[in-house]
Structures are given as C-alpha cells and as structure tokens.
Design a protein around this ligand. Structure first.
Ligand code: WT7
Length: 649
C-alpha cells in the first residue's frame, strides 16, 4: 500500500475556494450544527419560496428524509433561467461528437430555448407533473435537454444507459410504469451504430406482454439509419420541436418533489429505482461540483461519464449547470480514432478540469505515453477520478504523465444513492495519498463498523456507514420503500450502510477497499452477481449458476461464472460463446462474462447456501487458503473446481 504523500500544490492553493483551515472549520460546523450549516448553503440555489425548515431526517423506524421541505423551486430555473441575464451568451454545453471533426456549442440562451420547446412537446403529449419519462439516449445534447425538459414540468425522468439491452430497458419501463420514451434512431460510438430505436421497439413489445402500454416515443434523428416506425406512437423530435411554443414557465416544485429515478444494481433481486428529489439534491450536486473541482467562473469542465449513470446526472448536467459552468459532453469513446482522443479533446476545447474513471486511466496507461505527449494539455488544472478504487500505479501515472505534476487529483468516492460526492480531497486543502479518497465532504459523517455493528475508532478497517443524512441522499426506492429500509438501514441500526469496505488510517484518511456485498464493479459499472446469475439460468441448458468477481487489470473486476448444465448437456466452447451472447442480450455488453467454468457441482453448505468465498478464491487462482471447507455438504466438489479453474496463472 502506497503511503506516499503529495502536499497541496501551490497552484491549487492560490485563490482556492477552500483552504485547509476553512475545510476543517466548515467541516466542524457541518457536523456540529447541520441545521445551521445547510440553512446557509441551501441558499446557493434560488427558491421561489424560501425554506424555513432545513433538516427533518430520521435513520430509524420507517426512515424519512426531508431537506428544505417547505421551500419551493425548480431545478431548471436554477440551471438555466437565472443565468440568462449574466451569461446568456456563455456556452453552457460543448458537445464533442464521436467523429473528431464534429462538435457543437450551446449557449445558455439556446439551452433555454431548447428546453422550453421540448417541455412544451412533453406537455402536448400529455406528460404531467409526477409522470415518469424514460430517456434512452446516446450522448448528444438532446439527452440533457430531455432531462431538463422533464425537470421543467415536474415529470420524473428515468435515464436508461444506452448500452443496456431491450430486456433491461423493458424491466425499467415496467417497474416505474413509464409510458413516454425519448430515444434516438441510433447512437454512435467509436464509429459503430447502436440500434437504440430498434431496442426500444423490442423493449416496448416485452413491456406490453407485462401489461404496460407505451404511448409515445420521441425519436431524435442522429444517424439517419433505417428504423421501423409506428405512426400512431412514434414522433420525430425535430418535427415536434419545430411546432412547439418557445416559452414554458418552470413548474413550481416542492423541495421534496421527485426529480429523477435511476436504476442501480444491488446484491439481490432486480435493479432498484433510486429516487432523488429536487431541492437537497441540487444544493448538494452544485456545492460539491464547485468545491471538489474548485470550479471557477470561465472554467471549461469535462466529465467523461455517460448521462446513463449518476455521474452524468450530477456532474455533467445538474451540478455544473446550476453553477453556470461550461460542461463538455462527449459522444465517443477513449480509444477512437485512437488512444489519444481524450487529450486531443482537452487541447481542442482548452479543458481545465477533467473527470474520468480508473478503468479508462488504466486502459490509456496501457496504450503508452506517446498518445498523451502528443497533446500539450496545458489548459489542465485539475484531474478527477470516480467509480472504483484507483490503484496507486494508475494514480501516479495520471498525476505525473497526464497532469505533469501540476494538477491535483481528486479521487471522489460516492454512489448512485448518495447523489453527490461524499469522500474526496479538496484540491486547495487536502494533501493527497495515491489510492485514498481522503476525507469526508461537508456534512458527511463516515463510520467504520465491525461485523457486530460496533463503531470502530481511530485507524481501523471495517464496513463503511454514514451516521447522519446529507441533502443529496436518495429518499426511497421508487415504489418500494420497505426495500429501501431493508437494503440500507437494516444491517446496522440507525446508520446508512454503503455496501463498501473501508480502512481509515492514522491521519483520518479513508481508503475504500471495494464492495463487501455481492455487487460487482466492472469498468466502473455496477452489476449484481444475482443479475448475471439469473440471466445465465434463463438459458435452457443451464440448471444453476454462481457468479463472482476477480481482479482484472483494466476492468478492475472481471466476471467469473460457474455454470452447472442440465443433465446430458456437454460443456463445449461453442456453448460458452452462446452463454456469453445470451448474457449480453439479457443485460447488455457491460455484463459480458469474462470466464465461464462448467461445474458439475457447486460448493454448498448443508442448508444449500452456495459458499461464494470459496468460489472467489478459486476465481482468483488463490486456492491455497480456502479456509474451512468442512461445513460443505460435499467437500469433494472443491477439487474438481480447482482443477478446471479458468484463471490458471
Ligand atoms: C460504488 C458505487 C459514484 C459514481 C459512480 C459509481 C465504487 C465509486 C469510488 C472511489 C473507490 C468507488 C464503490 C461504490 N466507487 N467511487 N472513488 N473509490 N470505490 O456509482 O454505480 O452507484 O457505484 O462504486 O464501491 O459503492 P455506482
């Protein structure tokens, strides 16, 4: 473990919004008197009616979380309207196409016009406050317009990542009973088309079998590729926009009115709809965006995430726009046309703040330094990392090679559930240790808890909980509050349990060690082992499956599947390929199994519980320390599993 310490850079200290003294003072205040702290910081957004109540939250009983509850506002008023006077002609969104010769700049005034028109289209189609609108889009400005248009009229958006399969899309449509979809004919990534409309059509058919009738599909023409058309259901985006009224007043929203649902994987069952609301979410997204990235007026800010993930919600769209920033949206992939793309884009648009995921950093590191050196990168001031633990080697490469020792790195730990960044350095305040997310943001009270639920003090290694609420926290699982209570508040009474393991060192720095539950993190994408297992067993040749993660050089974790076949079925390489295709079809390419091992039997306890600990060890090719196997119903299966392991070193 690296214990190297990098002092705060003089350049980061200069004019910083928060130096170390300020951090410590504000942090104290934020945990000693959250009410007063957030009463003050809630004012960073504009309210149509100011709040008088600030915090009304309880982590016991039925779990109720309310922030600024009697305040009234609208997210798009804060992200657009209030900037018009001063920054109407400032660029709000820089769009960089998949093709390096195509880009576009949208000013705040243009953004206002686009969002108002689209909001009017939604209204005309009968979308009302509280209705769920599904957004299944490539990374084009219309994806942001669609999110904002929903927020403008109080509709709840559910963005589904464009890489998800029709089955996955259908599941999400049905779960929140969404009957309005915004999509595109095709997406374009790395020069390859992605059949979004075709997938949507398939998903609608699947959903119909489950009783959901989708009423309208609004289709952006992105590639002009050939698509099927249902005249009484499908609408061309450009045609509808052309006919729409240009003004749409922002709907008054209570602070606790829902803003969006975003589906995420857990250790059990199907993905759950994480619900975020209006006021607290926006305050938290905007505040973290400003302080974590030390964002200054005029900065060009680029987060490489997809809007299909929470990072895209909070740090491409809502946080930056609430702060009147210029946010860059990238349609493509890091290795197209080649591995130098990110740095070319940095030079092209003079990017100052760059935020990406460790998996991308590792892949680019592997491609060699020439791709980096080809670009000057002189505009860069700050680098960010998110999504999974960053290994010290990748951190050092990011710091020395990409940032040339003059850019601080903010390794930001957070989750879909937390709405915004929770543990992170502040560039002008925090000394950096490669691999550590360092210290909590204002108002965040991390606790390390041992398996018995005892809070551990000082340097320790335990399960990461958060002791009290913060404004960006999810409010419920959409349509299933008991699942919310059960998932996050039942393991350790009175605390929010993150699902992550974590170490705190002698300086009070936090080191996230990864998930302690059955959640995988593959290239920064979150997947439940149960989801992959249920995809596998839905294949007619599979009788049982157990899925575990194993360390993977680029992806962080790879997907290792143990598959028991139906009697009489032979485990061939062709069947392996078929199962891989099957899982991709069921969930999407992000769930592509890396290894499939055919296993006549799985290690189970006498009560029938699969002992994943053993399967993990074998997948890691570390079977010298399998621990106690005497409780297995049939200890003999282990030898066979070891012999046929797929990760032999
Ligand atoms: C899980 C949440 C938050 C946006 C992207 C992922 C892991 C996230 C870090 C980090 C170590 C991290 C955790 C967490 N994670 N950031 N900086 N260091 N681990 O959101 O899909 O909800 O996944 O990602 O395991 O629980 P998500």
């Amino acid at each position: 473990m690296s214990e190297k310490i990098y002092p705060v850079l003089p350049s980061a200290k200069k004019n910083t919004l928060i130096d170390d003294e300020t951090y410590l003072e504000w942090y104290r205040k934020s945990v000693d008197d959250p009410e007063a702290f957030w009463a003050e910081h809630g004012k960073r957004i504009d309210w149509f009616r100011p709040y008088t109540k600030v915090k009304n939250t309880s982590f016991t009983g039925d779990i109720s979380i309310k922030w600024f509850e009697d305040g009234v506002t609208n997210v798009t008023y804060n992200c657009i309207d209030r900037h018009l006077e001063k920054r109407g002609d400032q660029v709000a969104i820089i769009w960089e196409g998949d093709n390096p010769y195509i880009d576009k700049k949208i000013t705040y005034r243009e953004l206002y016009a686009e969002v108002c028109r689209l909001a009017n289209v939604l209204k005309k189609q009968g979308v009302q406050k509280g209705d769920r609108v599904t957004i299944y889009m490539p990374m084009i400005p219309e994806a942001a317009y669609a999110m904002l248009a929903c927020a403008r009229i109080g509709a709840i958006h559910s963005v589904v990542f464009g890489g998800f399969s029709p089955d996955a899309l259908a599941g999400r449509l049905v779960d929140c009973q969404s009957t309005f979809i915004v999509t595109a004919d095709e997406g374009l990534r790395g020069g390859k088309p992605i059949p979004l409309k075709e997938n949507t059509d398939t998903a609608i058919d699947i959903a119909a079998k489950q009783g959901l009738q989708v009423k309208s599909v609004l289709v952006v023409r992105r590639t002009g590729g050939k698509i099927a058309w249902a005249p009484d259901r499908d609408l061309w985006y450009h045609q509808e926009i052309a006919r729409a009224e240009p003004e749409c007043p922002p709907t008054e929203m209570k602070a606790e009115d829902p803003l969006f649902i975003l589906y995420t994987s857990g250790s059990t069952g199907k993905p759950k709809g994480v619900l975020h609301t209006t006021g607290g979410y926006l305050v938290y997204a905007a505040m973290t965006h400003e302080y974590v990235f030390d964002y200054r007026d005029g900065d060009i800010y680029w987060c490489t995430a997809d809007v299909g993930w929470v990072t895209g919600h909070s740090y491409i769209v809502y946080g930056p726009l609430a702060n009147g920033a210029t946010t860059l949206m990238f349609e493509g992939v890091p290795n197209y046309p080649d591995y130098g793309r990110f740095w070319d884009v940095v030079d092209k648009h003079k990017v100052n703040i760059f935020y990406t995921a460790p998996t991308a950093i590792r892949a680019l590191m592997g491609a060699g330094n020439d791709f980096v050196k080809r670009a000057s990168r002189e505009s860069l001031r700050l680098l960010g990392s998110v999504g999974e633990p960053i290994n010290p080697e990748a951190w050092e490469w990011y710091y020395h090679v990409v940032g040339e020792d003059r850019c601080a790195i903010v390794d930001t730990w957070w989750q879909t559930e937390t709405g915004g960044i929770m543990i992170t350095p502040l560039p002008g305040a925090t000394k950096l240790k490669p691999g550590s997310a360092t210290r909590p943001f204002f108002g965040v009270q991390p606790e390390l808890v041992d398996p018995e639920g005892k809070v551990m003090e000082g340097s320790a290694n335990g399960n990461l909980c958060i002791a009290d609420s913060w404004p960006g926290q999810m409010r419920t699982v959409y349509g299933d509050h008991p699942r919310f209570v059960e998932t996050y508040f039942s393991t350790y009474k009175g605390k929010y349990f993150t699902g992550d393991g974590c170490r705190r060192d002698e300086d009070g720095y936090y080191w996230i060690t990864g998930r302690v539950d059955d959640v995988l993190n593959v290239s920064g994408h979150r997947l439940g082992t149960a989801e992959v297992e249920s995809a596998l067993v839905s294949h007619h040749f599979v009788s049982e499956a157990a899925v575990v993660g194993y360390p993977h050089n680029i992806k962080g974790q790879g997907i290792y599947c143990y598959v028991t076949l139906m009697a009489g079925t032979e485990g061939t390489d062709d069947l392996r390929k078929e199962l891989v295709t099957h899982v991709r079809k069921e969930i999407g390419p992000i769930a592509t199994p890396d290894k499939i091992q055919f296993a006549p039997g799985l290690p189970k306890t006498r009560s029938g519980k699969i002992m994943r600990r053993i399967l993990r060890k074998i997948a890691e090719d570390d079977f010298g320390s399998l621990g106690d196997t005497s409780t297995l119903a049939d200890p003999g299966v282990v030898d066979g599993l070891i012999e046929n392991r797929q990760n032999k070193q």
